[in-house]
Design a protein around this ligand. Structure first.
Ligand code: CA
Length: 225
């Protein structure tokens, strides 16, 4: 289980990380909102813990940005802010649970387990050709063997599969995949799509480029223009 821990207090972060590592989590610590966004873009997380008082930005804003960027993993807010309004706002902004500091480690772990169980129940496998994809768990299978995808490739594939047989505009895909990268190269999306095509060669699906319109995923192994 890959866990993103956003916490700027080094002692607390280390304490949580050590305890969770013993329970089998692979913990990545981000001490700032900037780091957290960066890590969420380049890694595939199963779950996250989010402190609200961060040095560079408020955790609430970070949460909104993570969700807008397509981060779908469950996030638990762990904060000293105990007010009802804070808790409501956190959940409304896209958090899945809220635990107030000080807290008991055993309760944190129990809540994480509950969130992961709920996510498993929610996961929907989409199928096309010989490809199966679970967007919640970010897993792709071709004939039951796992295909390793990056988090960006997962976002592209998820959007295409949700709209299988229909065209998804390049702009929409680009904005979703590169939300926070004003410096992303114009052909960055094409690069992602072409990697995805390579990885899905055996899947019996085609990602077709429609000039001026966008991309469409369909079953069948035709050569894409
Ligand atoms: Ca803090």
């Amino acid at each position: 289980m890959n866990l993103l821990l956003v916490e700027d207090d080094p002692m607390l972060a280390r304490g949580i990380a050590v305890a969770l590592s013993k329970s089998g989590y692979v913990v990545t610590i981000a001490a700032t909102a900037g780091d957290a966004l960066c890590m969420a873009r380049s890694n595939s997380f199963n779950i996250g813990i989010l402190d609200l008082g961060l040095p560079d930005r408020d955790g609430m804003d970070l949460l909104g940005d993570l969700r807008a960027a397509g981060a779908t993993f469950p996030i638990l807010i762990l904060s000293a802010r105990a007010g009802l309004n804070d808790r409501i706002r956190g959940l409304d902004t896209g958090a899945d649970d809220y635990l107030v500091k000080p807290f008991a480690l055993a309760e944190l772990e129990a809540r994480l387990r509950a969130l992961l169980r709920r996510q498993e129940d929610d996961s929907v496998w989409r199928r096309l050709g010989r490809l199966q994809f679970d967007s919640a768990g970010k897993r792709a299978l071709v004939d039951d063997s796992e295909v390793e995808l990056t988090s960006r490739e997962c976002i592209v594939l998820d959007m295409l599969l949700r709209n299988a047989g229909k065209v998804v505009s390049k702009q929409k895909l680009f904005d979703t995949v590169f939300t926070f990268e004003s410096d992303a190269a114009p052909n960055a999306l094409e690069v992602q799509v072409s990697r995805l095509r390579q990885k899905l060669k055996a899947a019996g699906v085609t990602i077709r480029a429609l000039r001026g319109l966008g991309y469409r995923i369909e079953s069948g192994n035709e050569i894409s223009p």
